[in-house]
Every structure is written in C-alpha cells, then in structure tokens.
Design a protein around this ligand. Structure first.
Ligand code: GAR
Length: 204
C-alpha cells in the first residue's frame, strides 16, 4: 500500500511540525510529507522546512482578496502535492466548510488545552484565569466548527500555582510533541474508527 502523504499547515514556530518530521525520520510514522504550507512569510516553520528540503509554500493570507481565495490556494497546493492527510500544527486560522469539505475526516488539529474547555487562541491564558488545576492538549479531527471535532487523543499536565502562560505552555508543549506523532501514526495505520460525529474508537 502506498504511503500517506501529509500536508502540514503552520503559522509560526513549527515545533510540532519538527516533532512530526523527527518521528517520520525515526520510523515511528509511516508517511511522507508532501508539502508544508504557511499563511505568513515570516513563519519559522517555513524556513525550517525549506532548510531540510521539504517542499514549502507560503500562501500569504494578506495577499488574498478573500478567505475563499486563500483556501482555494491552500487546497490547490495540497492537491498538487498529492496530500492524503492534512495536519494543522499551530495553524492559527479558522477554516471554512469549503476547506473541511475538501478533506472530510482527513484533517487533524492539535489544541493546547483539554477540549471542549478553553478553545480559541489564548488557551493557556484562559486556563490560568479560570484557575483549573489540570490542563493538557487535544488531538482531534477537524469539522466545520472551531476546536470542536471528534477527539482522538488527550493528555494532561498539572497547573502549578506559580505558572505563567510561558511555563504552562512549555509543559503542555512537551506532551504535544509526543501526542501528535502518536495520533498521526494511529491514523496512517488505519486504527482510528469514527463511530459518529463525536466518537473515535482506537482499534487495538
Ligand atoms: C502549539 O501549542 C499548538 O497546540 C497551538 O499553537 C502552538 C504552535 O506551536 N495551536 C493552537 O493554539 C491552535 N488553536 P508550534 O508552532 O511550535 O507547533
């Protein structure tokens, strides 16, 4: 069977992307990366992917007249690269039903909180403001709603009394770097069974 082709979308630093690339290199994910896409030319993920010889393209949102044009360009790049699984790795843009419909149940996202709590762009700040004692990260299928689709894996970290956004983010990120490669491997191994629009069963 031919390998899955990943299309990784990032907006910034790209540490999750790097953990996925490292897991592929280590033989822990049986897939190849077809393209890395960013929405900003300054995204560090773009420079890193270029430096290791992965096809990488910036589709600059600011140069697109509309969200539809932006997403059509992203989809064109993904199709050209033969992508079979879309990985959102710190991609800080909401995607419309058009994009999601192009890859139904073939888009994964990572979010740095225990969804459905603390969705949105400021998860760690919101966790600290609320005073929860536990936080974590979530890998889920993407549906038409933000931070909403069926959950694949979650892991937890304690929230410390003296945490700042930065210290909490760093603790969660360590878990992210383990969890995302694991979820992708489960997907490419065909071990994720979508029971309905909320429940994912992991086959043994
Ligand atoms: C990660 O913590 C990821 O969970 C988060 O952005 C960070 C990206 O870091 N994603 C979201 O907040 C999505 N709503 P990275 O660029 O180093 O992977």
């Amino acid at each position: 069977m031919s390998k899955h082709v990943l299309g990784i979308l990032c907006s910034g630093r790209g540490s999750n992307m790097q953990s996925i690339l490292a897991a592929i290199d280590a033989g822990q994910i049986n897939a190849q990366v077809g393209v890395v896409l960013t929405d900003k030319p300054e995204a560090k993920a773009l420079a890193y992917a270029q430096s290791v010889g992965i096809r990488s393209v910036c589709v600059n949102r600011k140069e697109c007249a509309s969200q539809q044009e932006f997403e059509e360009k992203l989809v064109a790049e993904l199709k050209e690269a033969g992508v079979t699984l879309v990985i959102l790795a710190g991609f800080m843009r909401i995607l419309s039903p058009y994009f999601v419909g192009e890859y139904p149940h073939k888009i994964l996202n990572i979010h740095p909180s225990l969804l459905p709590s603390f969705g949105g762009a400021h998860a760690h700040r919101d966790v600290l403001a609320y005073g929860t004692k536990v936080s974590g990260c979530t890998i889920h299928f993407v549906d038409e709603h933000m931070d909403h689709g069926p959950i694949i894996l979650q892991d937890t970290v304690p929230v410390m009394d003296d945490d700042t956004e930065e210290t909490l983010a760093a603790r969660v990120l360590q878990k992210e770097h383990i969890l995302y490669p694991r979820a992708i491997q489960l997907y490419v191994d065909g071990k994720l069974e979508l029971l309905d629009d909320r429940h994912v069963r992991i086959k043994q």
